[in-house]
Design a protein around this ligand. Structure first.
Ligand code: S3P
Length: 165
């Protein structure tokens, strides 16, 4: 089967849903942020600090193209949909699941987070970023799952029933 690409804003639960889906489907998991760190031998905050967001987006695009297109669950970074080339690639190559989470819920989940450079950049309006990204997530999504108030198990079974695996 085509690989499953989980997309959604920071804090939408892509990584934990990927891990849980793995235990149900017995597929491989890939995580684009982790792949970037391994391939470029730098952690994400350092890439943003030393190279800037534009270079990070180039790295991210390169890594997306290296993900496995079959029987793999791919947890992507929240901004993967920023580049049009990535959106096209996702539409063609994957089954894309958009984990849609409200601003209120994202704020609650990430209130103590200090690991995400964009989330921790005080001069960025993250709520606006979520609004701006919404049409891009919708553009690539084969299926939309609302995550507010649901646990990982519930989200996973919704995905399984949608994709008929
Ligand atoms: C980003 C989200 C992060 C990571 C990077 C940029 C974004 O991934 O790729 O910090 O632009 O939204 P998560 O969605 O896993 O936090």
């Amino acid at each position: 089967m085509k690989s499953i690409y989980l997309v959604g804003f920071m804090g939408s639960g892509k990584t934990s849903v990927a891990t849980h889906l793995q235990s149900v489907l017995n597929w491989t998991v890939q995580d684009t942020d982790q792949m970037i760190e391994d391939y470029y031998q730098m952690n994400i905050p350092s890439i943003f600090k030393e190279k800037g967001e534009e270079i990070f987006r180039e790295y991210e695009s390169n890594i997306l193209h290296q993900t496995k297109k079959e029987n793999t669950i791919v947890a992507t970074g929240g901004g993967i949909i920023e580049k049009e080339v990535n959106r096209k690639w996702l539409r063609v190559n994957g089954t894309v699941i958009f984990l849609q989470t409200s601003w209120k819920e994202i704020e609650r989940r990430l209130k103590d987070d200090s690991s995400r450079p964009i989330w921790n950049n005080q001069s960025r309006d993250k709520q606006r970023l979520l609004e701006e990204r919404l049409p891009k997530y919708l553009e690539v999504a084969d299926y939309i799952i609302y995550t507010d108030g649901k646990n990982v198990e519930e989200i996973t079974s919704e995905i399984i029933s949608k994709i008929n695996a």
